[in-house]
Design a protein around this ligand. Structure first.
Ligand code: ADP
Ligand code: MG
Length: 396
């Protein structure tokens, strides 16, 4: 991947800097219930304040219709939370590119901050509409993108506007791209990738790409049953994608050709229903009962996976090992999370919405080297797909 232009090389003093942040935070009424994404943008915002820029922040929140203001998707609570976190006033424009936004941007002194209302109240945002891009560009002299989580979308605020102003990557964006591309291009070896989650069909690009990069691939979660089918086993009523069995078999063959070790579960926790109070049993993967479904990896598999994880110098994890949302099927995911956390010799990198939620649930987040803030964006980057929001920041 070509390198991106960096915020620290931008002449920001006294300039209006239009910054795309990811303040797509969960709300309960007008309270931000998880401010992780706001905190993740603080280094960039603080740098701009310290370097006397006029800071114009923009973000989306949720999925409004794109027909104008909707109270439940207002970014006003995010402005209030940012003001607390950064311990400075943050003015809030009740429109995005309208008269109020212009008035507040013109009133900004050096080192002062304004947040614009939700970009997606305007349908031009998701359409990457030229007129909307031009209106955004009127509010800045320079553009900074720190919203890695939306970098896989070619929207006005992530792609179009970057062509109209000098464009730079913020610190979060730089860290995400450097960490994930570094892992792919130049990993310390052995490189162990742990892949789980629900479906093979969702992750086929990621698995395939990692077979080209990693030394060992550990497979768990719902997708492992399709791989077990590809090995000629029976999997009862487990999640299975018959149409993907052949593709799974091809990937196993490709890995074998390349000398990449693929680990599949040897035992599994099966249940008679997809329910927290289902009747459960631990069985060998060679003997999954016809009327039961696998919802977690078993204890022998946990040991096998923990031993492989301990060997890694680079460990990447995407996708839970079981239905971790239910306590009865969370044990395998927790064991893997603990094994990753325990490998303090390795660069440990977590990507994907549910995997990050699992690491947080088990209280292990601060023991990982890096937790990506972008679920979909990190998966696209790992697959080697160009991210429009990153391409727009590349040096010529
Ligand atoms: P991520 O968001 O980390 O990329 P995914 O979205 O691919 O992960 O998968 C997460 C989902 O996979 C979780 O909701 C989890 O319950 C589900 N899952 C894991 N194991 C199984 C299984 N054995 N059967 C069905 N669903 C599973
Ligand atoms: Mg998910």
């Amino acid at each position: 991947m070509a390198s991106v232009k960096k915020l620290q090389d931008a002449p920001v003093e006294g300039k209006r800097v239009l910054v795309r942040v990811d303040f797509n935070v969960p709300l309960d009424g007008d309270v931000v219930t998880d401010d992780t994404r706001i905190r993740a943008a603080l280094p960039t915002i603080q740098y701009l304040v310290d370097h006397k820029a006029k800071v114009v922040l923009m973000s989306h929140l949720g999925r409004p219709a794109g027909e104008g203001f909707e109270a439940k998707f207002s970014l006003a609570p995010a402005a209030a939370r940012l003001a607390e976190l950064i311990d400075a006033p943050v003015s809030f424009a009740s429109d995005t590119v309208g008269p109020e936004a212009h008035k507040l941007v013109e009133a900004l002194g050096d080192g002062e901050i304004v947040l614009l209302e939700n970009l997606r109240f305007d349908k031009g945002e998701k359409k990457n509409d030229v007129a909307f891009c031009e209106k955004l560009a009127e509010l800045g002299d320079l553009y900074v993108n720190d919203a890695f989580g939306t970098a896989h979308r070619a929207h006005a605020s992530t792609a179009g506007v970057a062509a109209l102003l000098p464009a730079y990557a913020g610190f979060l964006m730089q860290k995400e791209v450097e960490t994930l591309s570094g892992m792919l291009e130049n990993p310390r070896r052995p490189f162990v990738a742990i892949l789980g989650g629900s479906k093979v069909s969702d992750k086929v690009g990621v698995i395939d790409a990692l077979i080209d990069k990693a030394d060992t691939i550990i497979i768990g979660g719902g997708m492992c049953y399709t791989f077990l089918l590809a090995q000629g086993k029976t999997v009862g009523t487990s999640l299975k994608e018959e149409d993907w069995v052949e593709r799974a078999a091809q990937m196993l063959a490709k890995a074998k050709d390349k000398g990449v070790e693929i680990l599949l579960p040897v035992d599994t926790v099966v249940a008679d229903a997809f329910a927290p109070d289902a009747r459960t049993e631990t069985v060998s993967c060679d003997a999954i009962p016809a009327d039961m479904m696998g919802l977690d990896i078993g204890p022998e598999t946990e040991k096998l996976y923990a031993a492989a994880i301990a060997q890694g110098k680079t460990v990447f994890w995407n996708g839970p090992m079981g239905v971790f949302e239910m306590d009865a099927f969370a044990h395998g995911t927790k064991a893997v999370a603990e094994a990753v956390a325990a490998n303090t010799d390795a660069a440990t990198i977590i990507g994907g919405g549910d995997s990050v939620a699992a690491v947080n649930k088990f209280g292990l987040a601060d023991q990982m080297t890096f937790i990506s803030t972008g679920g979909g964006a990190s998966m696209e980057l790992v697959q080697g797909l160009p991210l429009p929001g990153v391409v727009a920041l590349e040096e010529d």
